[in-house]
Design a protein around this ligand. Structure first.
Ligand code: HDE
Length: 695
């Protein structure tokens, strides 16, 4: 009797927020391409022994006729495919997008316009520079790519967690990436911009300044994929049923707020949990804490100028502040399912900015226009040919009848005698769509053939200056520290000096403090004039956010108040927070009904795992250095503490006191304060008292 199939071998449960299961993407075919409970060869022959090869005698040589051996090893030999040229490291999830109907006046694309319409999606988050096995918490831009399996065909919105880009023209992309990736001789550093060639390029190529500043701000080290914004970056065109068009910029706003790691946390995570973001996303979805984002648009007239109040809408290094043009919510994205198989889904998913659906069109942004070439092109190498849209994860959930034929790994079996149009042999099938087909917006095009851009593209500093001016003091300090760290890793003096010259155009405090940190003279320069600061650009707003999927450690020992721990777990559960019991050794604490399983030990736990730490009454005060280090790291990381009963003495002994430290006699005395403080993400009042990111 073969063993029962393990639960993780079942197909992904793709259930909409309303509980309605989605239809299987490919009807009655099993998308896993795997079935039955018995081991077989690829051609379906049942295999009784996969542990020994066929030999001439038990001690003799292997026989060439052992097809199972040859096939098994040969398939293994060819298991790897090229990783993505950029965004190689990523994590994905299934979900659903529900339109709220308010976009109906600006687009006829049902995915965005039809109120209540549920469209299945697959989302992939990524870092840009690191290779596939690199650490999640590197300082970098994050990709935020969404594939909508819409009823009008697939639409890919391939964005980032930052609204601007390093370059204005696609033709510069190879230069940018060659400068940012590890050096060609030693192939170091991995997943880092802190090296000479990156800073060499961005200081010579000053249109990168705005994006670099976002990377050096806390946005470069998100706390979680679930807590990042997403931006379409470019202007897109939307067109309604009357054929009227507008320009829009897309934005994803997370329900959990926008939060970041401290640099110390990011660095610790690179060593102790390189899968930090991947694990966080999967754990949250598995726990039912489904991450949610609102999709919003800023809407602009689609006139000949394509600028708004002097801001060029075709320049991807610029934003239009939300205070000038508000973001209007048009729908909600919820991630509801983890992939079943990393390779088949997260690795093989392939996005293409040129994949749009009727009602959605492109602007003339030269960066977007170049991307529309690159994404199809790169899949030819990465996925091995032009049939990548037939892979289960990429397949549209509508009929496809494209007259494309053959090619490597053709999955379909086209019927009929023709693969051309017009034809009479197959009755003219497939026929061009008489209605509902994709029609490009008939916008006028004119101009001389020229290699160049509009004069408005020359302003490289006013928007970074606005961004910096919009940050809170803590965020400014972190940004200064990030520049000082990164430039501190640069060897060439002239490159550091050139970067300081660039910073002089942004802000005097910024350039002065970075120069001081590097021990270099402050260059002359006048910061650029800029628009009024935009409060929407700061992450620290005083607003309180839900705690879904957050983690808290309770430090405990054999003599701890176990009933109190149980009460704490119940209270935190109600907030969607997971409690982890942390003790010196593994096993269980106590006996009977109050028994608590030890989920982390001083040896296996590290501060980065927890959003807050509680010390239970009766926790040991033995001064275990690992426990003390954990508490002190959490203090520096500005995270809240609570303790009840004698637990307060453990905190005092470790030097933990001040704002965001709540003590009381029972659990009930501290829970409300703890939850309120966690809702603010960090205890910002403590920032002046400790150097949060001093490493
Ligand atoms: Fe990409 N980009 N990109 N990019 N990009 C790729 O396509 C490219 C740009 C973004 O999870 C590649 O399938 C060019 C901006 C994301 O699979 C490649 C230019 C933005 C992902 C490529 C840009 C992005 C990619 C590599 C300059 C934010 C990961 C693998 C014109 C709006 C998608 C692949 C995933 C991936 C080219 C600029 C976002 C090589 C030429 C701007 C999120 O085709």
């Amino acid at each position: 009797m073969p063993p029962a199939r393990k639960p993780d071998q079942s197909a992904p449960a793709q259930v909409s927020p309303t509980g309605v299961p989605f239809e299987a993407a490919d009807g009655d075919r099993d998308p896993r391409g795997q079935g039955g409970d018995v081991l077989t060869s690829p051609n379906g022959v049942r295999i009784p022994d996969t542990d020994h090869s066929l030999k001439a005698g038990r001690r003799g040589p292997i026989l060439l006729q052992d097809f199972h051996l040859r096939e098994k090893i040969s398939h293994f030999d060819h298991e790897r495919i090229p990783e993505r040229a950029v965004h190689a490291r990523g994590a994905g999830a299934h979900g659903v997008f529900v339109a709220n109907g308010s976009a109906a006046s600006i687009t006829h694309a049902p995915v965005l316009a039809e109120k209540g319409l549920e469209t299945p999606v697959f989302v992939r988050f990524s870092t840009v520079l690191g290779s596939r096995g690199s650490a999640d918490s590197a300082r970098d831009t994050r990709g935020f790519a969404v594939k909508f399996y819409s009823k009008e065909g697939n639409w890919d919105l391939v964005g980032n967690n930052m609204p601007v880009f390093f370059i204005q023209e696609a033709i510069k992309f190879p230069d940018l990436i060659h400068a940012g990736k590890p050096s060609p001789n030693r192939e170091i550093p991995q997943a880092q911009s802190a090296h000479d060639s990156f800073w060499d390029f961005v200081s010579l190529h000053t249109e990168a300044t705005h994006h670099v500043l976002w990377n050096m701000s806390d946005r470069g080290i998100p706390r979680s994929f679930r807590m990042m914004e997403g931006f379409g970056v470019h202007s897109f065109r939307l067109v309604n049923a009357e054929g009227e068009s507008v320009l829009v910029q897309f934005k994803w706003t997370p329900k959990l707020g926008v939060h970041s790691l401290t640099w110390e946390e990011a660095q610790l995570a690179m060593g102790t949990d390189p899968d930090f973001h991947r694990r966080d996303l999967a754990d949250a979805i598995e726990a039912g804490a489904f991450p949610t984002w609102d999709l919003g648009v800023q809407v602009f007239p689609d006139n000949e100028e394509q600028t708004y109040e002097g801001i060029d809408l075709l320049d991807s290094t610029k934003i239009v502040p939300e205070e000038m043009v508000p973001v209007q919510t048009i729908g909600t994205l919820t991630l509801t399912g983890n992939p079943t198989n990393y390779f088949a889904e997260t690795e093989q998913v392939a996005f293409n900015t040129a994949h749009v659906v009727p009602g959605i069109d492109f602007s003339n942004d030269p960066l977007l226009q170049g991307r529309n070439f690159s994404y199809q092109d790169t899949q030819l190498t990465r996925l091995g040919g032009p049939n990548w849209t037939q892979l289960p994860i990429n397949r549209p959930q509508v009929p496809v009848n494209d007259n494309h034929r053959d090619g490597f790994m053709q999955q379909g079996i086209p019927t009929g005698e023709t693969g051309y149009h017009p034809n009479s042999i197959d009755g003219g099938s497939p026929a061009p769509a008489e209605q509902g087909g994709y029609v490009s917006v008939p916008s006028p095009v004119s101009g001389e053939v020229v290699r160049g851009v509009a004069a408005s593209f020359d302003d490289h500093f006013s928007q970074p200056a606005m961004f910096y001016a919009s940050l809170s003091d803590v965020e400014k300090t972190h940004t200064i520290e990030a520049y000082t760290f990164e430039l501190g890793k640069v060897y060439e003096q002239s490159i550091k000096e050139r970067v300081l010259g660039v910073l002089a155009n942004i802000d005097t405090e910024l350039v002065t403090k970075v120069a001081e940190g590097l021990g270099l003279p402050v260059p002359d320069g006048t910061p650029a004039e800029h628009l009024a600061p935009s409060p929407a650009l700061s992450q620290i707003t005083g607003e309180s956010f839900p705690l879904d999927g957050r983690q808290v450690a309770v430090v405990a020992g054999p003599d701890s108040d176990l009933a109190g721990i149980a009460a704490l777990r119940t209270a935190l559960d109600a907030e969607g927070v997971q409690l982890k019991v942390l003790a010196a050794r593994g096993g269980k604490l106590g006996t009977g009904t109050d028994q608590q399983v030890v989920e982390r030990t001083n040896l296996t736990a590290r501060s980065i795992e927890f959003d807050a730490v509680v010390v239970a009454d009766g926790a040991p005060e033995d001064g275990d250095i690992k426990a003390v280090v954990l508490l002190q790291e959490v203090l520096r990381q500005l995270k809240p503490f609570a303790a009840w009963g004698s637990g307060a003495e453990v905190l005092t002994a470790a030097g933990v006191s001040g704002p965001g430290v709540f003590t009381g006699v029972t659990v009930d005395d501290v829970v409300a304060d703890l939850v309120a403080a966690m809702g603010q993400h960090r205890v910002w009042e403590r920032a002046d008292l400790v150097t949060a990111s001093a490493v």
